[in-house]
Design a binder for this molecule. Structure first.
Ligand SMILES: [Zn+2]
Ligand SMILES: [Zn+2]
Length: 280
């Protein structure tokens, strides 16, 4: 089934998930096992004292929403958008890149910027490579490139806000939610009826196929190590709901990753069953 845009809870966005860190974007509706699942292709704005950084561009379809949310934040007084950090090159993360660079002429693209100049040669002078530990200074806080434990492209970096200790893990901590249950715009902890291990394993099954061939205990251990080393206090996933209780919620997502690794492949999308009209 063709995914369609659903007008969800516009009043919840932009939503501040930590001081100076705003969740923006919209849901994407899909069908799976006969149910209406919502995913996010979220973006985040991190506001420092002198500059703001957009983390991810959101899905191309969401650019009008993203632009509207950024305008709202600027009207509330955040510093001008000067940086765009993208975790990797897949469309839900980077698909708005050209529009962002055109709309905000001062913005510099940061991250592993391999190949972007092939699509946007006119913006090549506004692209800066980052590697692990490199930081973008926003005044009083910075966005640092950190180890991308769960990833599907070689060029992936995760982002980390050094002030409020917010991790932006791209495809990590990815899971859907239910529109009917009012989960849209809620944090993982607020969506109390959401079965996190179940929706996490579904996402891994559909979108992170490599997890079936890897020992996910090793990856989960690596995640724990990263979270402890950085003293992560919030997580802003691109495809999940923001996590505000790291100790309580992360183990549930990890349980889903481990379960998905043991499930047989179920295919990438719901199959449409066509039935022939009954013979007369
Ligand atoms: Zn993704
Ligand atoms: Zn939703």
């Amino acid at each position: 089934m063709t995914p369609k845009t659903v007008a969800t809870n516009p009043h919840r966005m932009p939503r501040q998930i930590a001081p100076g860190v705003f969740w923006i974007g919209d849901c994407l509706a899909q069908r799976h096992k006969g149910k209406s699942y919502h995913g996010y292709n979220a973006a985040f704005v991190v506001a420092g004292e002198t500059a703001s950084c957009l983390v991810e561009t959101g899905h191309p379809k969401d650019f009008p929403v993203i632009e509207h949310h950024i305008a709202k934040l600027h009207a509330q007084g955040i510093p001008p958008l000067k940086y765009l950090f993208i975790t990797h090159q897949e469309t839900p993360h980077s698909g708005g890149l050209g529009r962002v660079l055109k709309t905000y002429p001062d913005v510099i693209l940061c991250g592993d910027v391999s190949d972007y100049h092939l699509s946007f040669p006119q913006f090549e002078h506004r692209m800066t490579f980052m590697k692990e530990g490199d930081e973008i200074d926003l005044g009083g806080r910075s966005i640092m490139a950190v180890e991308p434990v769960i990833r599907d492209l070689r060029t992936t970096w995760w982002g980390f806000d050094t002030k409020e200790r917010v991790l932006f893990p791209g495809d990590g901590f990815a899971y859907s939610h239910y529109h009917e249950d009012g989960h849209c715009g809620l944090t993982a902890e607020e969506a109390i009826s959401l079965d996190l291990p179940d929706v996490s394993s579904t996402f891994a099954d559909l979108a992170l196929f490599w997890t079936k061939f890897a020992d996910m205990n090793v990856y989960c251990g690596r995640l724990d190590e990263l979270i402890e080393r950085l003293d992560v206090r919030y997580i802003g996933p691109t495809h999940g709901l923001p996590i505000t209780d790291v100790n309580g919620t992360v183990p549930k997502v990890q349980q889903g990753l481990k379960e998905a690794a043991l499930m047989p492949e179920s295919g990438t999308n719901e199959k449409v069953v066509l039935t022939a009209p009954a013979a007369e």
